[in-house]
Design a protein around this ligand. Structure first.
Ligand SMILES: Cc1ncc(COP(=O)(O)O)c(C=O)c1O
Length: 454
């Protein structure tokens, strides 16, 4: 099928009307929506039914790491569809076995078993189930300013406003503050201070919660939607030490940060920290087929050798999803996509964002690594007053809406969250494409500058 064929879908003309009549959307007041009808996408670009084109600087929901419609990945899925579309999880399957072998080969330490799920939130649910089964404890700690998914335990672990409408949930989740130097919860002024104080705070939370009651600490290795918060050196190692000290399972959520996004296969590789469980999803196959999973340390998997694991999914290890993981990992290696993400971050996005920050008074901070960056917009650099309030909506959120509209008019579609523009293009983006998109953002930030006070 060519891209013209896709554009010529018989349902394209009625897509918008049918969407508004029949599609119930995520995280939205349904009446306020006016979704763009995307007609196609290729590489780092996408276009709508009216011929508007954008550089996809959000990789959709930060998942299309390999870029859109990679021909080899599409072909691998087509081949598998012709061979075997589906098979129950209790059978062994060649693609599932190979996907698990490849993932565990890439994972650090002795994380060498995989439980496959349909996406990120189920990966978190099962990581918590594994930790509770392994430790015999119930409580789970996670950070404020985090997102872990929209189902039972994952949404209770989530440390952002998406949890509010889902409360009360099952008991047993406790939140703590993670490191975020720009808006430090600890009045820290250096990364080392932030690291030390954040660890001291976590140790104190454990003390008052009773560490012997805690099954797991769940944290995003690099916090994604809540601000691309790169932990200071030493923080993850410190969490590892606390977990070891108290027999707590350390779960690194790499649903967004993993599979090349941070310029490494896994974000933990930056700090050479080995968690007990890693959750993955999005970038593992770029969302071409829904999939996720938990990579499990041998000793935790072994706890279920003679004891039944109390969890399962009809589509666990789905052959189409697993074939796409196998193909995607192969393409990543062949085309050196992780290396590309790292280089684009250090040679293009990082320096360009520094230049943009020097030029625009509305830019309070830029931060990130690989192809995972945030531009934090403020009204006042001194006070760090955000361009829009936390969780703003309606008129309060208008300045960010204006900036996003200016970006889109300039041909780039970044990810916007609260007072931040997030630059998260595919890991395959070229230096020229990255520069083109950043130039459009540079221009759009003139709109943000108009809101600067004083
Ligand atoms: C860090 C993190 N964990 C978990 C999830 C949930 O994944 P899913 O939407 O596939 O359920 C997300 C989704 O954005 C995420 O960013």
């Amino acid at each position: 099928m060519t891209h013209t064929d896709i554009d010529a879908s018989p349902y394209l003309a009625s897509a918008y009307a049918s969407d508004r009549a029949h599609v119930f959307h995520s995280w939205s007041a349904q009446g306020s929506l006016a979704p763009t009808v995307i007609a196609g996408a290729l590489g780092s670009r996408m276009w709508d039914d009216k011929g508007n084109r954008w550089l996809d600087f959000s990789s959709q929901l930060v998942n299309v790491n390999i870029g859109h419609q990679h021909p080899k990945l599409v072909a691998a899925i087509q081949q598998q569809a012709a061979r075997l579309c589906t098979i129950a999880p209790f059978h062994a399957n060649d693609m599932r076995s190979e996907a698990a072998r490849l993932i565990t080969e890439l994972a650090p330490g002795d994380l060498d078993m995989v439980f496959f799920t349909n996406g990120g939130t189920e990966a978190i649910e099962n990581a918590v189930r594994l930790a509770r089964g392994y430790t015999g404890r119930y409580k789970v700690l996670s950070a404020y300013r985090s997102y872990h998914g929209a189902t039972g335990t994952s949404i209770q672990l989530t440390g952002d406003p998406r949890r509010w409408g889902n409360e009360p949930g099952a008991p047993g989740t406790v939140h703590f503050w993670g490191p975020y130097l720009y808006r430090s919860a600890f009045h820290a002024t250096t990364p080392a201070e932030e690291c030390e104080r954040a660890l001291e705070h976590l140790a104190n939370v454990l003390m008052v919660e009773g560490p012997q009651t805690v099954a797991a600490i769940v944290l995003e290795t690099v916090v994604g939607t809540n601000g691309i918060l790169v932990p200071p050196d030493g923080y993850l190692a410190g969490v590892r030490r606390l977990c070891d000290q108290h027999g707590i399972v350390m779960v690194c959520d790499e649903v967004m940060a993993g599979f090349g996004r941070c310029g490494e296969w896994f974000a933990v590789d930056h700090w050479k920290v080995i968690p007990d469980l890693i959750t993955f999803a999005k970038g593992s196959n770029s969302g071409y087929i829904p999939v996720g999973g938990v990579i499990i340390k041998r000793v935790i998997a072994d706890a279920f050798k003679d004891r039944v694991y109390p969890g399962g999914l009809t589509y666990s290890g789905h052959p189409l999803a697993c074939a796409s993981i196998v193909a995607s990992i192969g393409i990543f290696k062949e085309e050196k996509i992780v290396e590309n993400a790292r280089r684009i971050g250090s040679d293009v996005i990082g320096p360009e964002l520094e230049r943009i920050m020097a030029k625009h008074p509305s830019v309070g901070e830029v931060r990130g690594l690989g192809v995972f960056w945030a531009i934090e917009l403020v009204r006042d650099r001194k006070t760090r007053k955000p361009l829009v309030p936390y969780n703003a909506s309606g008129a309060d959120a208008k300045p960010m809406g204006e900036v996003m509209a200016a970006c889109k008019a300039g041909g780039v579609w970044p990810f916007a969250h609260f007072n931040r523009l997030q630059v998260t293009p595919p890991c395959t983006i070229t230096a020229d494409e990255a520069r083109e998109g950043l130039a459009a953002i540079d221009k759009a930030l003139e709109v943000a500058d108009r809101h600067v006070e004083g």
